[in-house]
Design a protein around this ligand. Structure first.
Ligand code: FAD
Length: 414
């Protein structure tokens, strides 16, 4: 169902629909790329791969990348409603809304809030063009929820900062060429006050590693989407420190707010599509008249609609305040717990068949799409701040409940 979002949104929808009709890639086009539809889908979501590179270039030319960024920084200054329209139209056309990943979603918005004019002029166009592809260097073996305990050190050497330490769970590190990295630049002050936020090149100009060693971690789903990341004397110009030395925590809060809530309008599209695919599955299994299955599907559909309206509500707040506030934690909690529960429901509907891997060679480990969803959604209540930590944030910073007495002196967590 299309909601009437007013004349401005309708004009935008008409323009975009026409553009998509004229420009969308032919889905039957054989491109010879690896991994079949699943591989292409994964690469598309990250805006990479030969077939989607052409599509990404087209979107770039037409200025359909980084659309929520203000126009002065190369975006379109789109508000929540237009972004929602855009998601709906791309889903309707059956083409991925390629994004610049963490660069678009996390780093760019943080530079826009905290960077100097020179930093904005240097870093933002590189994200839009796809020159800089970022990964997030926040978590460490002893600093996850309690992120401010991080130990990676940053030492100033002339006009450079030299970084040494270990990060973990670094998603997409193998495909990135830049890390937005937190390091401790002053160990002698309270822990939130001695942290710097640095944009670190992962390679030197001659193509050799800038002190980065990546050790992939294999996940339940069989893929290795993240790494342990060992950093030995990686160098970055001081120009790459956002908001100045020892001011990184403020920037971090902006980044984490965007991580929890910045993609709020996109979730319902993905989950609505997944819902209808599951309905199709139920029909092929002849279970459409089973009352329990119907009840579970009704439960799921209601939640995808709530997600859609919650997304619009949150984005109205972002437009008014320029960045997502603690209420974005409600969004993170809601979609991540839904995704897990829905994946379980589909596994139950499939029954014993859900436990059998599709035919494959013995050296392969490739779950099917629903098995993959079931396994990979185990992690969604962990990354971006765990569901328990989101509840703390909602309790303390949205509802105004008293703090955990043992943590009264501490600043907010991840
Ligand atoms: C798939 C995936 C991708 C990731 N990608 C990245 C990435 O790209 N970059 C990056 O930097 N990190 C990434 N992470 C790391 C992620 O941010 C951390 O795993 C997360 O913040 C939790 O930290 P932890 O694993 O150290 O768990 P811990 O903080 O040790 O928590 C352990 C348990 O204790 C609970 N707990 C902790 N503190 C509290 C509290 N105060 N109140 C109540 N309960 C609490 C937690 O909820 C959890 O259940 C990723 C993680 C996953 C799973």
């Amino acid at each position: 169902m299309e909601i009437d979002l007013g004349p401005k949104a309708k004009a935008f929808r008409d323009e975009l629909r026409q553009w998509l009709e004229a420009n969308k890639p032919d889905p039957t086009e054989e491109d010879g790329s690896e991994g079949g539809a699943e591989g292409r889908g994964r690469r598309a979501a990250m805006g990479i791969g030969p077939e989607w590179q052409r599509w990404a270039d087209k979107l770039h030319e037409a200025r359909y990348l980084c659309v929520s960024w203000p126009e002065e920084f190369g975006g379109r200054g789109l508000g929540g409603i237009e972004v929602a329209v855009m998601n709906e139209e791309f889903a309707r056309a059956g083409v991925p809304r390629v994004t610049r990943g963490m660069g678009e979603w996390l780093v760019g918005p943080s530079i826009i809030v905290w960077g100097t004019d020179e930093q904005k002029a240097h870093f933002l166009p590189r994200i839009i063009e796809g020159t800089d592809r970022y990964c997030q260097g926040f978590s460490e073996p002893d600093a996850g929820s309690d992120l401010a305990s991080l130990k990676t050190r940053g030492v100033v050497d002339g006009d450079e900062i030299v970084i040494t330490g270990q990060k973990v769970w670094t998603s997409g590190a193998q495909m990135a060429n830049m890390m937005f990295c937190l390091c401790r630049t002053n160990p002698d002050v309270p822990k939130h006050q001695g942290i710097s936020y640095v944009l670190v090149p992962m390679k030197r100009e001659d193509g050799s590693s800038n002190g980065f060693e990546l050790s992939p971690i294999k996940q339940l789903s069989g893929t290795a989407g993240f790494t342990q990341t060992f950093i030995t004397e990686a160098r970055a110009p001081l120009f790459n420190v956002i908001a100045g030395l020892n001011n990184g925590w403020r920037v971090t809060m902006t980044t984490l707010g965007n991580e929890r809530g910045g993609n709020a309008t996109t979730q319902h599209v993905q989950y609505t599509r997944q819902f209808w695919d599951a309905v199709e599955l139920v029909r092929t299994k002849g279970k459409q008249d089973e009352p329990l299955v119907r009840q579970q599907l009704a439960w799921a559909f209601t939640r995808t609609e709530i997600m859609r309206f919650q997304g619009l509500r949150l984005l109205s707040e972002v437009v008014a305040k320029k960045e997502p506030g603690p209420a974005s934690s409600i969004n993170k909690m809601f979609w991540s717990e839904y995704a897990q529960r829905f994946a379980e429901i589909v596994m139950n509907i499939r029954g014993a068949e859900a436990m059998i891997m599709p035919p494959q060679t013995p050296d392969q480990y490739r779950p099917d799409r629903w098995q993959s969803d079931f396994l990979s959604t185990r992690s969604v209540t962990i990354w971006g701040g765990t569901a328990q930590v989101q509840r703390n944030i909602v309790g303390e910073r949205v509802l105004g409940l008293p703090k955990d007495p043992s943590k009264e002196d501490e600043r907010p967590q991840r």
